[in-house]
Design a protein around this ligand. Structure first.
Ligand SMILES: Cc1ncc(COP(=O)(O)O)c(C=O)c1O
Length: 356
């Protein structure tokens, strides 16, 4: 059910942490992040995302993307500012917006040609004089859409016209399928680089959810504000974790590709196992490790379907309405776990949906 990869962290990363611990890398870290990790982040962003950041002033290391989101919202929002958020969306964005004094302004997504989309037009329609930030996640949890470059360019035009800042959560960037390619919005233009806070984490890419290490990149004044707010909370991941994270970002990337291939196999299994059920269709995910089941034709509320699947079929999925009213009628199926768990889960899910 959850977004928790079942892979072990690649051994060369574990070994790097062990080495660092044995070498006494157990003191307080630099609160901005150890400089070697910030340099590794800058190298990675230039190599993979095609965008240059200065590691001394434009990169911040955070305790997972979760703390990056908090720090960005605290830095950017004044009381009453609105944050435009696609609906449906990763639900854990909502409370930090409120804690930072902001208001959530949903932008309703639609299912078009088998994929969830939000258009530049729908974003523009939701903008008010209080709109300060658009929070985008590509690949998009829960729906699996990978924003295409022309879609992002159209959104970028709206942001520039309306002077809205983008928080871009790119945590699933390494997991894309069938020729879909992750595009970092900050790489689109100098203007987008100036108005974007890029967030990422090692949690999903390297199966490092429990290590709690992520990073942000943005223009120096924003990073400076984020740094000040972060200093009042976590002060960054453990020093030896940061050393291992630098090795993860700059060392061999074979394990990332191996995991992507395995997710590709799991995705195919999900699509096959759930094909041909009356009134139900699976939206093929373009990225991430969740598939959305479109069960709108059943006209049963997704929360009710979720309960029945759990109680009658013994399988856990998440109802789409948990991610906002725009998710009503859909169900999120995770293939972050594979093997027997996934195979048995899919059998139960198929039986449960057929019974429904
Ligand atoms: C879209 C999205 N952003 C952020 C996170 C949290 O990331 P981290 O483990 O780096 O805090 C998750 C975890 O599921 C996620 O799905």
């Amino acid at each position: 059910m959850r977004g928790e990869p079942d892979f072990d962290t690649p051994s060369h990363i574990v070994e790097a942490a062990t080495r660092a611990m044995k070498a006494g890398r157990t003191r307080y870290p630099d609160n901005r992040g150890e400089i070697a990790l910030r340099q590794a982040v800058a190298e990675k962003l230039s190599r993979d995302n095609g965008v240059a950041y200065d590691p001394t002033s434009e990169v911040l290391v955070t305790t997972g993307a979760t703390l990056g989101i908090h720090a960005a919202l605290l830095a950017l929002l004044d009381d009453g500012d609105e944050v435009l958020v696609p609906d449906p969306i990763y639900d854990a964005y909502l409370s930090p917006i409120v804690l930072a004094g902001g208001r959530v302004a949903p932008v309703r997504a639609a299912i078009e040609e088998g994929r969830f989309v939000i258009t530049a037009r729908s974003i523009e329609d939701a903008i008010t004089p209080r709109s300060r930030v658009l929070l985008l996640n590509t690949p998009w949890n829960p729906v699996g859409t990978v924003f295409r470059e022309p879609e992002l360019r159209a959104i970028a035009d709206v942001l520039a016209r309306q002077n809205v800042i983008l928080i871009s959560d790119e945590i699933y960037e390494a997991i894309t399928y069938e020729g879909c390619r992750h595009v970092s919005p900050s790489a689109l233009s100098a203007d987008m680089r100036d108005r974007t806070v890029l967030l990422n984490s090692l949690s999903k890419t390297y199966a490092m959810t429990g290590w709690r290490v992520g990073y942000c990149a943005a223009p120096a004044p924003i990073i400076q504000s984020m740094f000040l707010s972060l200093q009042q909370s976590s002060r960054g991941p453990a020093t030896f974790v940061q050393d291992a994270a630098a090795v993860a970002l700059t060392g061999p990337q074979d394990a990332v590709e191996d995991m992507r291939r395995e997710y590709t196999r799991r995705r195919a299994l999900v699509m096959q196992s759930l094909a041909g059920i009356r009134h139900v269709r699976v939206l093929a995910p373009e990225g991430g490790f969740f598939a959305m089941i479109d069960a709108r034709e059943t006209a049963i509320p997704s929360e009710q379907i979720r309960r029945r699947l759990l109680q009658e079929a013994g399988v856990a999925v998440i109802h789409g309405s948990a991610y906002g009213p725009g998710g009503e009628g859909t169900l999120r199926v995770s293939f972050a776990s594979g093997g027997d768990t996934l195979a048995r889960g899919l059998e139960r899910l198929r039986a449960g949906l057929e019974a429904l």
